[in-house]
Design a protein around this ligand. Structure first.
Ligand code: ATP
Length: 318
């Protein structure tokens, strides 16, 4: 249980640096803030209105619990939390470049290098979460924050863990956003971590062409869901004509209805479209070798991730 403090406690420590919010959602508003004392670090303050949250308190508690445990360069860090009579304040790492949704709206689509780098970031975040058996359940461009590196490149940071949870048995709750929803969620036969990988397939497709793989011409949701359940999509001409076979191959291996055959985060990280980006190209003759070694390393890392996560949890319980 969290201690209830006064808003003054929060604002004695942090000052709001701009009237203009960074963004907002259904229950919250996110503002830029700064630590009053040196090193005067800038953060993002998410202010959650408890009145609007009524009945969905568990959602925010989930978000806090999971974000607190996550320490990864592609996941937005939660620094600390406060609760007052009316609000919950989350102090988070500040990600200045807005979200990927806005970036897509502004640039319509991205080149292959940039897209591949973003999918790599996303796969790294999922590798970390999934090795701890945590499913995000709401992967979409609105929840991917854009961090601009000093060299002009961008990295993505995953945010909004409102629907995230630990998977210990099959889940049935129908949730998410229609464009990104996986077939097994719609089939209501139980689902798990794999739904996030389906969403990566949808996001990758959108990055490269600017529109989603599953769409209904007359915005008919029943029809949209039929396409998703059948896994029926195409690389529409002429938009996809100039895009590499490798990019299409990865998307085809993510938008697979059979969850057992769908690519995992490790599979994505070992796919040539991801590996051969940005110059660091292992020649085609040593690709197989390289992939084999990478896969072994990732499997080992996943095991270690789970072990340290379990140790942390055990440490908290005692
Ligand atoms: P929803 O109602 O969609 O679930 P929410 O209320 O949970 O939203 P978030 O999605 O966490 O809120 O944040 C809303 C918006 O605020 C984001 O889309 C993003 O533009 C901005 N934002 C969130 N966190 C940060 C951050 N750490 N740094 C910068 N901007 C952020």
């Amino acid at each position: 249980e969290r201690q209830i403090t006064s808003p003054q406690t929060v604002f004695d420590k942090y000052e709001i640096t701009s009237k203009k919010p960074l963004g907002d959602g259904n229950f919250a508003i996110v503002k830029p803030c700064r630590l009053r004392k040196p090193p005067n670090t800038d953060y993002a303050m998410k202010v959650i209105d408890k009145a609007k949250l009524k009945g969905k308190e568990q959602m925010i508690e989930n978000e806090i619990e999971i974000m607190k445990d996550c320490n990864h360069p592609n996941i937005c860090k939660l620094i600390e939390e406060y609760e007052t009579g009316d609000e919950i304040y989350l102090i988070m790492e500040l990600v200045k470049g807005g979200d990927l949704f806005d970036a897509i709206t502004q640039s319509v689509k991205f080149g292959e290098q940039e897209s591949s780098s973003m999918v790599n970031d996303l796969a790294n975040a999922l590798f970390y979460l999934h090795s701890r058996n945590i499913v995000h359940r709401d992967l979409k461009p609105e929840n991917l924050l854009v961090h601009r590196n000093t060299d002009g490149t961008i990295s993505l940071k995953l945010a909004d863990f409102g629907l995230a949870m630990e998977v210990t048995k099959p889940l049935f709750t129908v949730c998410g956003t229609p464009t990104y929803v996986a077939p097994e969620i719609l089939l209501e036969s139980g689902y798990g971590l794999e739904i996030d990988n389906w969403a990566v397939g949808v996001i990758s497709y959108i990055l490269l062409c600017g529109f989603p793989p599953f769409r209904s011409p007359d915005r008919n949701q029943t029809e949209l869901f039929e396409f998703i359940k059948a896994g029926e999509f195409e690389f529409l001409r002429p938009y996809w004509d100039g895009i590499s076979k490798l990019a299409k191959d990865l998307i085809e291996k993510l938008l697979v209805v059979n969850v057992k055959k769908r690519y995992t985060a490790i599979d994505i990280l070992c796919h040539p479209w991801i590996i051969t980006r940005a110059g660091s190209i292992p020649g085609p003759d040593n690709m197989k070798e390289y992939q084999k070694k990478l896969r072994q390393d990732l499997l080992k890392e996943a095991e270690q991730n789970l072990e340290s996560y379990n140790n942390e949890k055990r440490g908290r319980e005692t």
